[in-house]
Design a protein around this ligand. Sequence first.
Ligand code: ADP
Length: 447
Amino acid sequence: MFNKILIANRGEIAVRVIRACREMNIQTVAVYSEVDRGALHTQLADEAICIGPAPAKDSYLDIKRIISAAIVTGANAIHPGFGFLSENSKFAKVCEECNITFIGPTGEMMDKMGNKSRARETMVKNNIPVVPGSDGAVKDVEDAIQIAEKIGYPVIIKASAGGGGKGMRIANNKDELLHSFKMASTEAKNAFGDDTMYIEKYVKNPRHIEFQILADNYGNTIHLGERDCSMQRRHQKVLEESPSAAINDELRKKMGDIAVKAAKSIKYRNAGTVEFLLNDSEEFYFIEMNTRIQVEHPVTEMVTGIDLIKEQIKISNGDKLQYAQEDVKIEGHAIECRINAENPSKGFRPCPGTIDFLHIPSGKDIRVDSAIYCGYKIPPTYDSMIAKLIVYDKDRQNAIKKLNSAIGEFIVKGIETNIDFQYDLINNTEFIEGKYNTAFIENLMNK
Ligand code: ADP
C-alpha cells in the first residue's frame, strides 16, 4: 500500500481524503495556496506545502508545482479530489511518467469520457441510449440547425468540454438557436478554451439519475445504485438523495446494468459516475460520465456502507474489488444538502467572509463533510460550497424528518448561506412526496 498520498485539492474533499488515509495508516501531504495557509486541510495533513498564490491557475491547477511537491515530500500517489485537476488527462499522464500513482482512471479513459461529444459517440457505438442529437460535435451553427430540424425543437446546445452547467443553452426555434449557439460557444471558449459544441433534444422536466460505478484493474465492474440529483439550480446540483423516489428495483437493475456496460465499454477503472436523464415514461438517456469522485458521493456511502475514497485508493493500489454486484445492498435512505456561502435573496451571489459563530448539527446518522471552523475566513477565490449535510435513516420520510431537525440546528454567522433556502426546499410538499424534476427550483422561484 502507498505510504504517502498527496492531496491535490482543498476544502472539504481534501479533508475527506485525509481522513480516509488516516484510517488506512497512510501519511498525507496537503498542498495549499497562500490564502489557504490557515485552511483545515493544511492543518490536518501530516505535511503541508505551499504551492503558490491564491488564483487556482497559479496553485491548485499548476501541474509542475503539484508534481514538485509530491517529489519533494516523497509521496507515491496523488488523490485529485473533484474539480481542479481531477479530470485533466494531462495531469494523470504526467503523474504516471513521474512514477506517481494518480488515484483515478488513466488519462486515456478520461479523454474518452471527458470530451462529452466524443463520449456520446462512444456510447452510441456501444448501444447505450443517448438523448437524440448530433452524432458527435456539430461543425457549425448551420449543421446544428439541420440536426435540430430533424430531431425537433426544443434543443439544448452543449459544450464538448463542458462542466458545471457552463456553455449550455436551450433553443426553442431556429432564431433562438442562431443566437444561443453563439452565446454558448463564446461561453465555452472562455470557460474551457474550447468551443466544440454538440446538440441534444431538450428533454422536458426530466429527473437527473446517476449511477456510482466501481471498477478494479481486473475487469470487475459494479454499480452502487443511483443518486437522484434532480434538485438543481441553473443545471447545478443543490440536494441529492439515494435511492431515488422515482426508481423501483426493476428500473434500478435495468439502468444499473447499462451504466456498468457504459463503463465497461471503455474498460473504465476506479470510481466513476454514469449520468442519465429519466423521463416520466421510464425512458432514460446517457448524458455523460464523470471520471472522478463526486461531491454527492456520501449518500451512496450511507446506503451501501462502502467507503468510496478507500475503494479508490485500494483500486489504485492494485487491490481486487471485495464486492460482487450481488454483495451490494442498498439499505435505508440518505439525503445530502449542499451548504453554500451565498445569498439566495440576492441572486445567490457568493458571500465570502469570516465565520464568527458556528454550530454544526450532529446526532445519530448525521454527517457533516466540511472544512470550516469558527473564525475561518472563506476566501473569495474558490467555490462557494462550505459544507455538505448528509443524513441517513431507514426510509425517505424519516430521512426528511431527520434532515429537517439537523438543518434547523445548523448555524453559521458572519456570512450569508443558503441554509434557509434548503430548509424551505425540504419542507415543500412536492419534495416530501418525491415529486420533483430538474425544473423544480426554477418553477418554485417563478411562482
Ligand atoms: P455539466 O457537465 O455541465 O454538469 P450535464 O450534461 O451533466 O452538464 O448536464 C447538467 C444538467 O443539465 C442535467 O442534470 C440536466 O438538468 C440538464 N440537461 C443536460 N442535458 C439535457 C437535455 N438534453 N435535456 C434536458 N436537460 C438537460
